[in-house]
Design a protein around this ligand. Sequence first.
Ligand code: 3HC
Length: 345
Amino acid sequence: METPLPGVAGADSLLGEVEEAEAALRAAADRALDGPASFDAVIAADQKIEPRDMMPDAYRAGLVRQIAQHAHSEIIGMQPEGNWISRAPTLRRKAILLAKVQDEAGHGLYLYAAAETLGVSREELDQALLTGKQKYSSIFNYPTLSWADVGAIGWLVDGAAIVNQVPLCRCSYGPYARAMIRVCKEESFHQRQGYQSLYVLAQGTPEQRAMAQDAVDRWWYPSLAMFGPPDADSTHSAQSMAWKVKRFSNDELRQRFVDMCVPQAEILGLTLPDPDLRWNDERGHYDYTSPDFDELMRVVKGDGPCNRQRMAHRNRAYADGAWVREASAAYAAKQQSKRKELVTA
Ligand code: 3HC
């Protein structure tokens, strides 16, 4: 029998925010027809910058950096969970995991398409990832050691991703904001399936429960680190927030994530591995122990547990996929010449 899933406290309000951002995007699209406005005025009025609008070079470069890094993260992020597709415990779990990993590929594609609207080609973006010129999220450089890791990734990693990404549905660059609406709706489902999977394990045998707790112990701090360095050390936050690409700082989002996870962990009956985690009445937030930011920087620079493995796999997959790219380019060229023949006939 299906185990009923208790509410994922906090997640519902995040989904509500995505829907509000979607409505605001539609309204912004209508307002954009009112006439041309300068970049600063569009930003000040909380409207959207669109691909053909004038924009400062640094705004364009900053967006390419962030959107590309985000797209690469989705693509590399398929690896740790893909590791468990062939070993999922039931057919149902396998189908869910397959769909989820496939969703991540789709997210990568929406994001690459959004980056391309800024004048960078897909091939340039692929090469930037493959040569290590552009980064991807630190979190995907950790190993998935047990089946419970799939649940912990869904709950914590996808949970952190939606806390970070829901505000991006309101970012100032139209194509990025629009891509994020669909990404966040799907991430919300990913988080729920992970939470449900972990809930089942936590209610299971002592061994299953211990496996779930071990996974949470290993993924908690890397998930906190996903939000980036502390605000005082963040290179891009000030400018990015002034241009309304980022809406909240790294530390603000990290705190929001902690506050959301504590009640969820209580429902799961699992312990977050932080002895100093406690409610602070004065601040109206949970106090918590920060992740090891030196470790974050080491992982970002290529020295995490799985960086080399992830990049080797990606390079191999890219080389193996050459025939698919060639075949689809040949097909597209053939279709185009057929269309031309029809027009000139
Ligand atoms: N992993 C890798 N690099 C990171 C990082 C992390 N967790 N956190 C920060 N960095 C890097 C930044 O890219 C920057 O390096 P750069 O100048 O060489 O590009 C440097 O550390 C300093 O950090 P900043 O705070 O100045 O950087 P940002 O202002 O860009 O903030 C961010 C970092 C919060 C990750 C922001 O870029 C962002 O919100 N990006 C969009 C979301 C994203 O990319 N998420 C990745 C996860 S995707 C995912 O989780 C998929 C899902 O399916 C699970």
